[in-house]
Design a protein around this ligand. Sequence first.
Ligand SMILES: [Zn+2]
Length: 475
Amino acid sequence: MPASSIQSYFSSSSPTKSFPGDGFTSEELQVSSPTTEWVPVLDYEESEIASLEPGPRCLTIMGRIVNVYDTPKPSKRPKAAQGFFKLMIADDTGVMTVRLWYATPLYALKLGQLVTLWTVHISQGDGQIGLAPNAAPLFTSIFPENERNCHFMIHERSDDGTMFKRPFGANDSQVWPGLMTLRNFTDGGFDVDDCKLLVCVKSIGPRKKFTNKNGNTSESMTAVILDDTSEGILTLYGSVSGSASAWKPYDTVLLISNPGWRIDKSAKLSLNGNTQLFIDPAIADARYLRALSQRLIKREHVNPPFPHDVFDAEEAGGAAVKVLYKLSEIDEFARTNPTEKAVGYMSVIITQLNIVVNYKREMLMSNECCGKPIFSSKVKTSCRQCDRECMLRINPRILGDVIDETGAIGTGKLIFSDAAWEQLLGRTAEQLVSAPLDVMKYLEQRLLFLRLTLGFGIHLGNEEIGRLVVWCVKM
Ligand SMILES: [Zn+2]
């Protein structure tokens, strides 16, 4: 069957040399009038991507963006199209290409966004990569600012992150053809047709501006990625680089099929016209990889947050029976009941305090952002990677060994809640960092070898927390 073209549908159009195959004449690439509210006048049929066929038909299609590439085609004519985004959209049944023309920069497109489009024609790519890549040969060209029967919508508030999270072909009970580890990819797997990598984001670098070979300024962003075999690098170029701002280190899992690549010591990946990138796909292997990565972060995090979802200080404090445990008993409990949760009290003394020294080293407060530790003697600071403002918490390493008659807890091993820190230090974090040096010295002397009662919690179930948390301090 000959490939249908959009020209056969638009009776007034004739192909132009500048945009072969897209079917828009230069007149049609003019904006008629900007519309704020779009009201469809035709009847559109909801369609899954797998059931699309080339030809004219009023369709509405929903999916997630798995590839996006901005192709500016600046025109001096007023109201003319200034370029198009080439998108790949995936639902649970397949992937298609969308050429989304624009005159004004209306769309802030990101990978992973849930979108709906209304179109009146589907075309078949002829293997020409410019129109539609082999991975998603069916395409539609729309210019919503000009064509009142076409529309494009990004779901932002209405996306609860559940729809179209399962890439077509995924199967939890069988090995997915083409799925390989970073190490296998580096060792030659990049040659395999339809190769797929499942990786977790380890850290996210800053967005950088650079000048490309055409002399235009562009942006790029580099993320370190990992799986259980190796680490690699993923670089996003152009407007798509903003997609990484919502990714979380040691949490966001990416499924990348047919990446662009360069192999140095490790794999250096990028997006090309055939690449599809799924964010947090709902497949068993992704859950496994995220759990694995989170075990790494638990070991490495310089200041783990207090797990308020596991321990409720109010509930623990209101318990009818208050039991005082020795450190040796807590240790034994953890060994014999590894999945149970317990709260209680311990009576301890602090053998060393390092408030002044950490203050002088600009390390009184700490946290992590973009997978990297941040230290400062202020309550907030901006992350050097992403530039976002980061709230810091008191560095647990200001406490040296905490002991009782039966055992010791090493430096920095206790996870205090903000309330517990305030009870221990008699001031908020903000008041601590702004206190004069002699007040800090006085605090150290006052707390040293003082008998304290700590309300503690322990929960080793599902490997979430292997450390003792402190939800209250009584002097
Ligand atoms: Zn950051």
